[in-house]
Ligand binder design. Structure first.
Ligand SMILES: Nc1ncnc2c1ncn2[C@@H]1O[C@H](COP(=O)(O)OP(=O)(O)OP(=O)(O)O)[C@@H](O)[C@H]1O
Ligand SMILES: [Mg+2]
Length: 351
């Protein structure tokens, strides 16, 4: 297995900067996700790691060895494409065996490895079928087996679940995560689905317009987003504008909220304040918290939780409560947001 380093990578397609000064270090055995909106350059980075695309500038290292100019077949990466790209005229077995055949493995070894790979993705007994005789989820597994069979040192998965229905997506993401941990294979995963990224990854790089905006564990990125783009792209929440008043307080429309935060701020500085829906709680928590009092403007039952819109002075916040709590529209409500969940972000104009 290997670790991967990308140093100052730039890649342009005509006018489009698909990768701008990208620096990444992916640990050996890590499940690393590239997350960002459509067109931000995720696939481009993945293809450069695979050697299917070359950077205009910068260096790519595998275990410290410069592979920037090495062609794909020398890198021992295995990539699963979004559309699976299975060969329709070949059976499942033949699809999976293909990579071994072109690498000139003998028949016995091929048979052994194909059987193993199909077992790994829970397709034992389906080897004789053709891709058209499989469900989307099963085709997805064949695509995965076809890559695993060559024992790649890096697994590259480009939106592998996007063609599956919601329930199967949840099932498959658990399976992929479990398989990845069991094999201990360095994995780069591409998705634009923030929930999937939070659940499946060891670490996430959030990308926008060719640039990496933040790298961290799912929890770090959720709890400490670096800016408004990341805060709104990942998770939900209410964004408010305020300014720093006295020490460690932010004035939001004359409500003075305390926060814990390491932004360098001085009195008078404008900031944005993020409050996640689950941060507002009805029972006073043990940690220090801001008390907020408002009027319930709307109540929406969402299933696992109930979403409330609460008007507080001239602003409103969206919060989640338990569906078991009996609440009424236009009722007064009091809740608490811990200082640690009163998240300050560098000021920018909110649209
Ligand atoms: N071969 C190419 N020729 C010209 N432009 C390209 C090429 N490949 C990618 N681009 C452009 O580079 C940008 C990044 O593309 P990329 O496919 O990496 O995005 P992505 O984040 O994977 O998007 P999606 O989520 O839609 O798959 C886009 O603006 C795209 O149009
Ligand atoms: Mg893509």
């Amino acid at each position: 297995m290997v670790n991967i380093k990308l140093k100052n990578i730039n890649k342009n397609f005509g006018e489009v900067a698909a990768a701008k000064s990208v620096n990444l270090f992916i640990e050996d055995g890590e499940f690393f996700t590239l997350l960002g909106p459509s067109g931000c350059g995720k696939t481009t980075i993945m293809r450069m790691i695979a050697g299917l695309e070359y950077p205009d500038e910068g260096t790519i290292l595998f275990d410290g060895k410069d592979v920037t100019k090495e062609p794909s077949f020398k890198r021992n990466t295995g990539m699963v494409f979004q559309n699976y790209a299975l060969w329709p005229h070949m059976s499942v077995e033949e699809n999976v065996a293909y990579g071994l055949k072109i690498r000139k493995f003998n028949e016995a070894e091929i048979k052994k490895r194909v059987t193993e790979a199909l077992e790994q993705v829970k397709l034992t007994g389906m080897g004789k079928r053709f891709p058209t005789q499989l469900s989307g989820g099963q085709q997805q597994r064949v695509a995965l087996a076809r890559v695993l069979v060559i024992n790649p040192s890096v697994l590259l998965l480009d939106e592998p679940l996007s063609n599956l229905d919601a329930k199967l997506r949840v099932e498959m993401r658990e399976e992929i995560k479990e398989l990845q941990k069991r094999l201990g294979i360095t994995t780069v995963y591409v998705t634009h689905d923030q929930e999937e990224a939070l659940i499946i990854s060891d670490r996430i790089a959030v990308q926008n317009k060719g640039e990496i905006k933040q790298i961290g564990t799912p929890l770090e990125i959720y709890d400490h987003p670096k800016d408004v783009f990341i805060a709104t792209f990942i998770g939900k929440g209410t964004l408010l504008q305020g300014s720093i008043s006295e020490k460690n307080k932010v004035n939001v429309d004359n409500y003075y909220l305390s926060y814990t935060n390491n932004l360098e701020l001085k009195e008078g500085d404008k900031v944005n304040v993020l409050i996640r829906p689950e941060s507002f709680v009805l029972n006073k928590p043990s940690e220090e918290s801001n008390r907020l009092e408002g009027i319930i403007e709307s109540i929406t039952f969402v299933g696992q939780y109930t979403e409330l819109k609460i008007v507080i002075g001239n602003f409103s916040i969206i919060v989640n409560t338990s569906p078991k709590t009996i609440l009424n529209k236009n009722e007064k409500i009091v809740g608490y947001v811990p200082y640690g969940n009163t998240i300050l972000l560098p000021y920018e104009e909110l649209v």
